[in-house]
Write a protein that binds this ligand. Structure first.
Ligand SMILES: N[C@@H](CCC(=O)N[C@@H](CS)C(=O)NCC(=O)O)C(=O)O
Length: 211
C-alpha cells in the first residue's frame, strides 16, 4: 500500500495513527499541500485524486481510496486487530459521530484551501483567518466536550480502548493548542488527549507544525 500524505496534514495524521495502532508499514508518498511546491493541485495528483487532498491510500490491488474515515474503516475491516471501532452497535455510531463532528464540522473549515479563499477577500488578513479558525475550533470542541461528557467515564473518548473517535480527536487537539487555545477549557477532551499522548502510535504521528 502507498500513502499520499503531507506531514503537516491532520487528516493524514489520522491514517498514520491508525496504521501505527495496527502495526502496519506502508510506502509513504510525500505530497506537499502548501506553497509554491504544492503537489496536491498538480494535474498528475488530481488525476489520481480529483479532490486534490491528502490523505489518499493506494491499495495493493491498485485501488485509490480517499477520505480519512473511509481509509481507516477500510484498514479496520481488512486488518481487524486491534479493532478501531467498538463492539456495541450504538458505540460504533457514537464513535463515528465524534469523528465526523471533527472532520466535517471543525477541520473542513480550516484547511489551506479555505484559508486561501478567505485571504482573497478584501480586508481579510492573517489575523482574521486566525480568528476564523479559533471560532470554529472553539464551537466544535465545546460540542465534542458535551458529547464526551455523555459517555460513561472511560480512559478514552468512548470506553477504555482507543478508537476512531480518538484518532480524529488527537490531531485536532494538537492543532488546537497550536492555534493558541489551551485544551484545559474542555476538561474531558484534555484528559483523553493526555492519555493518548502516552501512546506512541498517537504521539509519534501527530501533524507536524507548519514552519
Ligand atoms: N475530509 C477529508 C479532508 C482532507 C483534507 O482537507 N486534507 C487537507 C490536509 S489536512 C488537504 O489536503 N488540504 C489541501 C488544501 O486545502 O489545499 C479527509 O478526512 O480526508
Amino acid at each position: 500500500m502507498k500513502l499520499f500524505e503531507d506531514k503537516i496534514s491532520s487528516a493524514a495524521s489520522r491514517v498514520r495513527i491508525a496504521l501505527a495502532l495496527k502495526g502496519l508499514h506502508v510506502e509513504r508518498q510525500p505530497t506537499a499541500i502548501l506553497g509554491a511546491d504544492a503537489l496536491n493541485r498538480k494535474p498528475e495528483y488530481l488525476k489520481l485524486n480529483p479532490q486534490g487532498l491528502v490523505p489518499a491510500l493506494l491499495t495493493d490491488e491498485g485501488v485509490l481510496l480517499t477520505q480519512s474515515l473511509a481509509i481507516i474503516e477500510y484498514l479496520d475491516e481488512r486488518f481487524p486487530k486491534p479493532a478501531l471501532l467498538p463492539g456495541k452497535l450504538e458505540e460504533r455510531a457514537i464513535v463515528r459521530s465524534i469523528a465526523l463532528a471533527i472532520a466535517s464540522e471543525i477541520h473542513a473549515l480550516l484547511p489551506p484551501r479555505v484559508a486561501a479563499r478567505l485571504g482573497a477577500i478584501p480586508g481579510v488578513g492573517m489575523q482574521e483567518i486566525a480568528d476564523w479558525n479559533r471560532h470554529w475550533i472553539r464551537e466544535g470542541l465545546t460540542a465534542i466536550e458535551a458529547l464526551l461528557e455523555r459517555q460513561p467515564a472511560g480512559k478514552y473518548s468512548v470506553g477504555d480502548v482507543p478508537s476512531v473517535a480518538d484518532i480524529f480527536l488527537f490531531p485536532q487537539a494538537v492543532n488546537t493548542e497550536r492555534a493558541g487555545l489551551p485544551l484545559e477549557q474542555w476538561p474531558r477532551v484534555a484528559a483523553v488527549v493526555a492519555r493518548l499522548r502516552e501512546i506512541a502510535a498517537f504521539a509519534d504521528n501527530a501533524p507536524a507544525p507548519r514552519d
